[in-house]
Design a protein around this ligand. Structure first.
Ligand code: SF4
Length: 243
Protein backbone atom coordinates (compact mmCIF):
# COMPACT_ATOMS: atom_id res chain seq x y z
CA UNK A 1 0.00 0.00 0.00
CA UNK A 2 1.13 3.58 -0.54
CA UNK A 3 0.22 6.83 1.17
CA UNK A 4 0.67 10.52 0.47
CA UNK A 5 3.21 11.74 2.99
CA UNK A 6 4.42 15.25 3.72
CA UNK A 7 7.48 14.40 5.82
CA UNK A 8 8.65 12.54 8.88
CA UNK A 9 10.64 13.24 12.01
CA UNK A 10 12.75 10.48 13.55
CA UNK A 11 12.98 11.89 17.09
CA UNK A 12 9.73 13.69 17.89
CA UNK A 13 9.15 14.61 21.54
CA UNK A 14 5.86 16.53 21.55
CA UNK A 15 3.40 14.14 19.89
CA UNK A 16 2.73 11.45 22.45
CA UNK A 17 4.77 9.70 25.15
CA UNK A 18 8.55 9.27 24.95
CA UNK A 19 10.60 9.67 21.78
CA UNK A 20 8.61 9.02 18.62
CA UNK A 21 8.87 8.57 14.89
CA UNK A 22 6.30 11.09 13.62
CA UNK A 23 4.83 10.72 10.14
CA UNK A 24 3.04 13.78 8.74
CA UNK A 25 0.36 12.78 6.25
CA UNK A 26 -0.86 14.99 3.42
CA UNK A 27 -4.47 16.13 3.21
CA UNK A 28 -6.86 17.62 5.76
CA UNK A 29 -10.64 18.24 5.62
CA UNK A 30 -10.38 21.12 8.13
CA UNK A 31 -8.97 24.61 7.68
CA UNK A 32 -8.10 25.73 11.18
CA UNK A 33 -7.39 29.45 11.31
CA UNK A 34 -4.28 28.81 13.39
CA UNK A 35 -3.01 25.72 11.57
CA UNK A 36 0.79 25.72 11.57
CA UNK A 37 0.96 23.05 8.85
CA UNK A 38 -1.01 24.59 5.93
CA UNK A 39 1.46 22.88 3.60
CA UNK A 40 -0.23 19.56 4.54
CA UNK A 41 -3.76 20.63 3.55
CA UNK A 42 -3.70 19.24 0.02
CA UNK A 43 -1.98 16.33 -1.68
CA UNK A 44 0.15 18.72 -3.77
CA UNK A 45 3.83 17.82 -3.65
CA UNK A 46 3.16 14.65 -1.61
CA UNK A 47 5.79 11.99 -1.37
CA UNK A 48 4.39 8.52 -2.06
CA UNK A 49 5.62 6.03 0.52
CA UNK A 50 4.78 2.40 1.13
CA UNK A 51 3.90 1.00 4.54
CA UNK A 52 6.97 -1.25 4.36
CA UNK A 53 9.24 1.76 3.79
CA UNK A 54 7.88 3.41 6.92
CA UNK A 55 8.18 0.17 8.92
CA UNK A 56 11.84 -0.12 7.86
CA UNK A 57 12.51 3.48 8.94
CA UNK A 58 10.84 2.99 12.32
CA UNK A 59 12.73 -0.23 12.99
CA UNK A 60 16.04 1.51 12.21
CA UNK A 61 15.58 3.77 15.24
CA UNK A 62 13.70 1.26 17.38
CA UNK A 63 16.27 1.18 20.20
CA UNK A 64 15.74 4.92 20.83
CA UNK A 65 11.98 4.56 21.27
CA UNK A 66 12.06 1.92 24.01
CA UNK A 67 8.77 0.77 25.50
CA UNK A 68 7.36 4.23 26.07
CA UNK A 69 8.04 5.80 22.67
CA UNK A 70 6.98 4.57 19.24
CA UNK A 71 5.25 5.96 16.16
CA UNK A 72 2.76 8.83 15.87
CA UNK A 73 0.85 9.54 12.69
CA UNK A 74 -0.01 13.21 12.31
CA UNK A 75 -0.62 15.68 9.52
CA UNK A 76 -2.72 17.00 8.02
CA UNK A 77 -5.31 14.47 9.00
CA UNK A 78 -3.77 10.99 8.94
CA UNK A 79 -7.16 9.27 9.11
CA UNK A 80 -8.04 10.54 5.64
CA UNK A 81 -5.79 7.61 4.70
CA UNK A 82 -7.19 5.33 7.42
CA UNK A 83 -6.77 2.04 5.53
CA UNK A 84 -3.07 2.75 5.14
CA UNK A 85 -2.66 3.74 8.81
CA UNK A 86 -4.46 0.57 9.95
CA UNK A 87 -2.23 -1.63 7.80
CA UNK A 88 0.91 0.24 8.89
CA UNK A 89 -0.02 -0.14 12.56
CA UNK A 90 -0.91 -3.83 12.08
CA UNK A 91 2.59 -4.43 10.77
CA UNK A 92 4.28 -2.34 13.47
CA UNK A 93 2.39 -4.14 16.24
CA UNK A 94 3.97 -7.41 15.13
CA UNK A 95 7.28 -5.77 16.22
CA UNK A 96 5.75 -4.49 19.47
CA UNK A 97 5.96 -0.81 18.46
CA UNK A 98 3.72 1.60 20.38
CA UNK A 99 1.26 3.30 18.00
CA UNK A 100 -0.41 6.67 18.34
CA UNK A 101 -2.75 8.78 16.14
CA UNK A 102 -2.87 12.58 16.25
CA UNK A 103 -6.32 13.40 14.87
CA UNK A 104 -9.30 15.76 14.86
CA UNK A 105 -11.62 12.74 14.71
CA UNK A 106 -13.39 14.36 11.77
CA UNK A 107 -13.31 11.23 9.58
CA UNK A 108 -15.48 9.34 12.08
CA UNK A 109 -19.12 9.35 11.03
CA UNK A 110 -21.28 7.47 13.56
CA UNK A 111 -24.14 7.31 11.02
CA UNK A 112 -22.05 5.59 8.36
CA UNK A 113 -21.47 1.86 9.04
CA UNK A 114 -18.43 1.80 6.69
CA UNK A 115 -16.78 4.64 8.59
CA UNK A 116 -17.52 3.00 11.94
CA UNK A 117 -16.14 -0.35 10.71
CA UNK A 118 -12.92 1.27 9.50
CA UNK A 119 -12.37 3.03 12.81
CA UNK A 120 -13.16 -0.17 14.70
CA UNK A 121 -10.46 -1.93 12.73
CA UNK A 122 -7.99 0.91 13.34
CA UNK A 123 -8.42 0.87 17.12
CA UNK A 124 -7.44 -2.80 17.22
CA UNK A 125 -3.89 -1.67 16.37
CA UNK A 126 -3.74 1.87 17.82
CA UNK A 127 -2.55 2.27 21.42
CA UNK A 128 -3.28 5.94 21.96
CA UNK A 129 -5.17 8.83 20.35
CA UNK A 130 -4.22 12.48 20.63
CA UNK A 131 -7.64 13.99 20.00
CA UNK A 132 -7.88 17.68 19.19
CA UNK A 133 -11.12 19.25 20.32
CA UNK A 134 -10.91 22.67 18.73
CA UNK A 135 -14.05 23.97 20.43
CA UNK A 136 -16.90 22.52 22.46
CA UNK A 137 -19.57 24.62 20.72
CA UNK A 138 -20.17 23.45 17.20
CA UNK A 139 -20.83 26.96 15.78
CA UNK A 140 -17.53 28.23 17.13
CA UNK A 141 -15.80 25.03 15.97
CA UNK A 142 -17.08 25.91 12.52
CA UNK A 143 -15.70 29.44 12.77
CA UNK A 144 -12.29 28.04 13.74
CA UNK A 145 -12.09 25.05 11.38
CA UNK A 146 -14.80 25.44 8.74
CA UNK A 147 -16.66 22.37 10.08
CA UNK A 148 -18.86 21.52 13.08
CA UNK A 149 -17.60 19.35 15.95
CA UNK A 150 -20.20 16.54 15.88
CA UNK A 151 -17.84 13.93 14.41
CA UNK A 152 -15.05 14.86 16.82
CA UNK A 153 -17.26 14.54 19.90
CA UNK A 154 -18.76 11.30 18.59
CA UNK A 155 -15.27 9.94 18.06
CA UNK A 156 -14.28 10.84 21.64
CA UNK A 157 -17.30 8.89 22.89
CA UNK A 158 -16.50 5.99 20.54
CA UNK A 159 -12.94 5.78 21.91
CA UNK A 160 -14.22 5.95 25.47
CA UNK A 161 -16.87 3.26 24.85
CA UNK A 162 -14.18 1.01 23.35
CA UNK A 163 -11.76 1.52 26.24
CA UNK A 164 -9.20 3.33 24.04
CA UNK A 165 -6.81 5.68 25.76
CA UNK A 166 -6.79 9.29 24.61
CA UNK A 167 -5.14 12.59 25.35
CA UNK A 168 -7.37 15.60 24.69
CA UNK A 169 -5.62 18.60 23.16
CA UNK A 170 -7.03 22.12 23.21
CA UNK A 171 -5.43 25.02 21.38
CA UNK A 172 -5.91 28.24 23.32
CA UNK A 173 -6.31 31.26 21.04
CA UNK A 174 -7.28 34.53 22.79
CA UNK A 175 -9.89 35.63 20.24
CA UNK A 176 -11.24 32.16 19.38
CA UNK A 177 -11.16 29.69 22.25
CA UNK A 178 -10.31 31.47 25.50
CA UNK A 179 -13.68 31.78 27.20
CA UNK A 180 -14.19 30.44 30.73
CA UNK A 181 -17.75 29.20 30.16
CA UNK A 182 -16.76 27.34 27.01
CA UNK A 183 -13.72 25.79 28.67
CA UNK A 184 -15.94 24.73 31.58
CA UNK A 185 -18.37 23.13 29.10
CA UNK A 186 -15.42 21.32 27.51
CA UNK A 187 -14.38 20.03 30.93
CA UNK A 188 -17.92 18.78 31.56
CA UNK A 189 -17.80 16.87 28.28
CA UNK A 190 -14.38 15.42 29.05
CA UNK A 191 -15.68 14.29 32.43
CA UNK A 192 -18.21 12.06 30.64
CA UNK A 193 -15.35 10.14 28.98
CA UNK A 194 -13.81 7.16 30.75
CA UNK A 195 -10.43 6.83 29.04
CA UNK A 196 -8.87 10.31 29.04
CA UNK A 197 -5.31 9.95 30.33
CA UNK A 198 -4.21 13.51 29.90
CA UNK A 199 -5.43 16.96 28.85
CA UNK A 200 -3.01 19.30 27.08
CA UNK A 201 -3.55 23.04 26.66
CA UNK A 202 -1.55 24.24 23.67
CA UNK A 203 -1.06 28.01 23.63
CA UNK A 204 -1.49 29.57 20.20
CA UNK A 205 1.83 30.58 18.64
CA UNK A 206 2.73 32.46 15.50
CA UNK A 207 5.39 30.08 14.17
CA UNK A 208 3.30 28.95 11.20
CA UNK A 209 2.81 32.50 9.88
CA UNK A 210 5.72 32.43 7.47
CA UNK A 211 4.38 29.27 5.78
CA UNK A 212 1.22 31.16 4.83
CA UNK A 213 3.31 33.89 3.24
CA UNK A 214 5.32 31.31 1.31
CA UNK A 215 2.15 29.55 0.14
CA UNK A 216 0.41 32.83 -0.74
CA UNK A 217 -2.52 32.03 1.60
CA UNK A 218 -4.13 34.83 3.58
CA UNK A 219 -3.35 34.46 7.30
CA UNK A 220 -6.56 35.42 9.09
CA UNK A 221 -4.93 35.64 12.52
CA UNK A 222 -2.24 38.13 11.54
CA UNK A 223 -3.06 40.45 14.48
CA UNK A 224 -3.48 37.66 17.03
CA UNK A 225 -1.00 37.42 19.90
CA UNK A 226 -0.26 34.32 22.00
CA UNK A 227 -2.24 34.01 25.26
CA UNK A 228 -0.60 35.26 28.46
CA UNK A 229 0.72 32.78 31.00
CA UNK A 230 -2.15 33.79 33.32
CA UNK A 231 -4.75 32.84 30.70
CA UNK A 232 -3.00 29.57 29.90
CA UNK A 233 -2.89 28.72 33.62
CA UNK A 234 -6.54 29.74 33.94
CA UNK A 235 -7.55 27.29 31.17
CA UNK A 236 -5.39 24.60 32.74
CA UNK A 237 -7.04 25.17 36.12
CA UNK A 238 -10.55 24.92 34.65
CA UNK A 239 -9.58 21.71 32.84
CA UNK A 240 -8.08 20.29 36.02
CA UNK A 241 -4.51 20.20 34.67
CA UNK A 242 -3.28 22.77 37.24
CA UNK A 243 -4.46 22.67 40.83
S1 SF4 B 1 -6.83 19.72 11.70
FE1 SF4 B 1 -4.63 20.06 12.04
S2 SF4 B 1 -3.70 19.97 10.00
FE2 SF4 B 1 -5.90 20.20 9.69
S3 SF4 B 1 -6.20 22.39 9.45
FE3 SF4 B 1 -6.53 21.91 11.62
S4 SF4 B 1 -4.54 22.22 12.62
FE4 SF4 B 1 -4.20 22.09 10.40
Amino acid sequence: MTAKIHSFESFGTVDGPGIRFVVFFKGCPLRCQYCHNPDTWTADGAKEMTDDEIVTNVLKYRSYYGEKGGITVSGGEPLMQIDFVTELFRKLKTYGINTCVDTSGFTFNPDDPTSVAKHEKLIEYADLFLLDIKHIRSEQHKVITGQGNEHTLAFAKFLSDHGKKMWIRYVLVPSLSDNDDDIRALKEFIDTLKTVEKIEVLPYHTMGKVKYENLGIDYVLKDEVPPTKERVDNAKRILGVLK
